[in-house]
Design a protein around this ligand. Structure first.
Ligand code: ADP
Ligand code: ZN
Ligand code: ZN
Length: 754
């Protein structure tokens, strides 16, 4: 029987979503695989073009008479594009998606964009004059002018977009300064380099012994041909970024390129500036503020060898460098490293694959490593480095935990404990700043007793039950459910309910208690616009407020030297979400929140309010003891067979038709269970091939926009077994034409529920 192949021609130039069909000559039938490079006749003149095979089909989907034959398979030669296709094939195979989706993930679409005009602002007066002007503006409290001028004194030429985006200085301010003759604005066209910083590096830190040892080890292993993944566990301020920069320098000296992944939220102006001053215009950045055309151009520059370093979030991983020596992943525990759309890949695993293809290494860095990374380091899969000291001086803060059950007993029903109130009063008097952090990540209506702290949990999955339409408590892993309770099963108290408090409510209370205090609030409501996020943070950094109230957005990556008190209002909120990562996230958030206090010369305090002060995540965060946390948490993961000890596959089924959604979910369950009993026959006596199948259950949110959602989970130690189950489900679903509207997607080792 003849077979046919969908071929994408010239991936970087044509529209990727339009494959062309060709016949596979019998001689190639066994050889041709998805992702391979081929030569085909194309167009009316049958000109020979290069293309990539994205799918192999049994039936033609085109007029057979008109289908042409593939000329040949191109072998041996591995171009940048070939590597990208191999990565796309890896994504498809390991995470489940179509080849087209995978290709779109790795290759930025070419968009015809006009050469853009770029504007630069130059300082037009001598430094002394500029300093005088700066003084005048400071007196007049013209903060925008002050901000811009101070920056220009450091860096005499700045791109306009950086000024608007990062410094929050508007065009009007620039015009006013231009009129005064202090700055000039220059227009440069067609140069699409998004950042241009000419500031030169002034003096360089001598590496500490710990830093030097890491740099030397990685580079000498590289020279000896050793390729592996390293994990750098170092508290904030311990000099990780400095290590990254020295390693990149080493790679560049060896003619290699480097990719630095940084979560978008931590990709601050300060961080970028450090890389730019060290590497000049050999570094580029990919972030969400760039247009499609600018992103494409950055990739072109990488391909042509015009840059050595690419910095950016997850997607920077697909920079088409010819010869990558090192991929660095900072804050590797961040859940933003997991793609939310198919293919739902994790940047850590893909980084390892990219490095493998290029013959490079991977360095993961974190103050609170993910369980996955630390587990692998403990098992010798990764090499572990540790940095324990803050290089900037400043002591670690003193952390108090407050038991909210005791507060209730003593008649304090407010959201502020006595300890927190007392310290807040003190700091406001001393004119030092305060951050109040409401931990509501992944908040999903868990139910707890305000009197004894008891939380309603699933007996099978050991995750919190969620309140469901007010009348039932449901487990979103296995579907277990019980009627809502009126009294606490532990202590009989009637104070058992869902946990609710918002930042708005906290702001109102703060204003009531401290009417003089200047308060800023930051959450999803106040940061609708992208800019206001940095705006609020820079206002707080400029001491335009005494108290900053916010969700997890405020605990990341920003240094406020005047903050000496951090209050965590309800640490339990993230502890009991219906997700097995709850304790890990809580520990990381509390550690980060605590790290916000006492960054400057002044010593800091942290108050953690909780109903469960003895919970290991809270106890170890108070003691700032990562190792102790890890030991406890891995015990739990082992007991419950959760990742990283086992692997997990989450299958989502969605459909606008409720009964179709249900029967498709059942079908997925049946296919999986058949495949599992099939593998049972040659099962070894140990549990290596054991697969636990859980569900189908309603998703956390069972219906969104009239689309019904169900989930099925599988757990096994064997990742490959999960891949073959995924393949089996994909095939069965393709064959089933009765299901018109149902959609299935896969999530391997999910970072969040569904
Ligand atoms: P991290 O990335 O772990 O938070 P950084 O590399 O940003 O740490 O370093 C924290 C601070 O310490 C920075 O201000 C940096 O300039 C400084 N620093 C880093 N390494 C050294 C060193 N070897 N000597 C002195 N200061 C250093
Ligand atoms: Zn109770
Ligand atoms: Zn359950």
């Amino acid at each position: 029987m003849e077979k046919y192949a969908d071929i994408i021609i010239d991936i970087a130039h044509e529209k990727v979503d339009r494959p062309f069909q060709y016949r596979i000559p019998a001689s190639m039938e066994n050889e041709l695989k998805e992702g391979m490079c081929v030569k085909v006749p194309f167009g009316a003149g049958n000109k020979e073009r290069t293309g990539y095979c994205v799918a192999i089909k049994d039936k033609p989907e085109w007029d057979v008479e008109k289908i042409k034959d593939i000329t040949e398979i191109v072998e041996g030669h591995v171009s940048v594009e070939d590597k990208q296709m191999l990565i796309a094939a890896f994504l498809k195979r390991n995470y489940g998606s179509t080849m087209i989706q995978a290709i779109k993930t790795v290759i930025p679409a070419k968009k015809e964009v006009k050469a853009v005009e770029r504007r630069f602002v130059h300082l037009a007066v001598p430094e002394e004059e500029a300093r005088e002007a700066l003084l005048t503006f400071t007196h007049k409290k013209q903060v925008a002018k002050v901000r811009l001028l101070a920056e220009l004194l450091e860096t005499p030429t700045l791109p306009m977009n950086l000024i608007a985006g990062k410094l929050h200085v508007t065009g009007t301010t620039v015009k006013a300064l231009e009129k005064q003759g202090i700055v000039t604005v220059e227009v440069e066209s067609s140069l699409r380099n998004p950042v241009k910083i000419t500031k030169k590096e002034t003096g360089r830190n001598t590496l500490s012994t710990g830093q030097k040892e890491i740099v030397d080890t990685v580079l000498s292993e590289f020279d000896a041909g050793v390729r592996q993944t390293y994990l750098l566990h170092g508290i904030t301020g311990s000099g990780k970024t400095e290590v990254y920069m020295n390693l990149i320098e080493g790679m560049v000296a060896r003619g290699k390129q480097a990719i630095v992944l940084i979560p978008e939220i931590a990709l601050t102006y300060q961080t970028l500036l450090r890389f730019y001053t060290r590497f000049g215009d050999r570094v580029s950045v990919l972030n969400s503020t760039l247009s499609q055309g600018e992103k494409y151009d950055q990739c072109e520059r990488a391909k042509r060898g015009e840059i050595d370093v690419m910095i950016g979030p997850r997607s920077a991983l697909f920079t088409p460098f010819p010869n990558i020596g090192l991929i660095i992943m900072d804050e590797e525990q961040e859940s933003s490293y997991k793609s939310e759309n198919a293919p739902k890949y994790h940047a850590r695993e893909v980084a390892e694959e990219v490095a493998r293809l290029h013959g490079g290494s991977v360095l993961l860095g974190s103050a609170t490593p993910s369980m996955e990374a630390y587990y692998r380091a403990k098992h010798g899969e990764y090499k572990l480095f540790t940095l324990k000291e803050r290089l900037t001086g400043g002591s670690l803060p003193t952390v108090y935990t407050v038991d909210l059950r005791e507060e209730l007993k003593n008649g304090n029903r407010s959201i502020f404990s006595e300890k927190l109130k007392e310290l807040m009063t003190d700091r406001l008097q001393k004119k030092e700043q305060i951050m109040l952090f409401l931990n509501r990540r992944g908040y999903a209506g868990f139910v707890s007793c305000r009197s004894c702290g008891h939380v309603m949990k699933c007996p099978h999955c050991d995750v919190s039950l969620s309140e469901h339409r007010g009348s039932r408590l449901v487990c979103h892993y296995c579907g277990y459910s019980i009627p809502a309770v009126k009294r606490c099963p532990e202590c009989g108290s009637p104070y058992i309910s869902g946990f609710r408090a918002g930042t708005q409510q906290i702001e109102d209370k703060v204003k009531e208690m401290f009417p003089e205090a200047r308060v800023l609030r930051m959450d999803a409501d106040t940061t609708g616009k992208k800019e206001s996020y940095e705006e609020i943070l820079s206002a707080f950094a400029n001491r335009e407020a005494d108290i900053l109230i916010g969700t997890q957005m405020i605990v990341k990556g920003h240094d406020f030297s005047n903050v000496t008190l951090v209050g965590v209002l309800a640490a339990d909120m993230s502890l009991h979400v219906n997700d097995f990562h709850a304790a890990e996230r809580t520990f990381a958030l509390l550690t980060q929140a605590a790290g916000r206090a006492g960054r400057g010369k002044l010593p800091g305090n942290v108050v953690i309010q909780t109903y469960d002060p003895d919970h290991y995540a809270i106890r170890t965060a108070k003691e700032q003891d990562y190792e102790a946390f890890y030991d406890k948490e891995i015990e739990y993961r082992r007991l419950m067979n959760y990742p990283p000890v086992w692997n997990m596959l989450l299958v989502h089924v969605t459909s606008p038709d409720e009964s179709e959604c249900g029967s498709m979910a059942q079908q997925v369950y049946d296919i999986a269970s058949q495949m599992i009993s099939h593998t049972d026959e040659n099962q070894s006596p140990d549990d290596r091939h054991l697969i636990q199948l859980i569900g189908p259950a309603d998703a956390t949110i069972a219906k969104v926009n009239d689309i019904y959602r169900k989930v099925i989970y599988m757990k096994t130690s064997d990742y490959a077994a999960l891949i073959s189950i995924k393949d089996g489900i994909e095939q069965a679903v393709k064959a089933d034409t009765a299901m018109k509207h149902a959609n299935i997607s896969f999530d391997f080792n999910p970072m969040s529920g569904f």
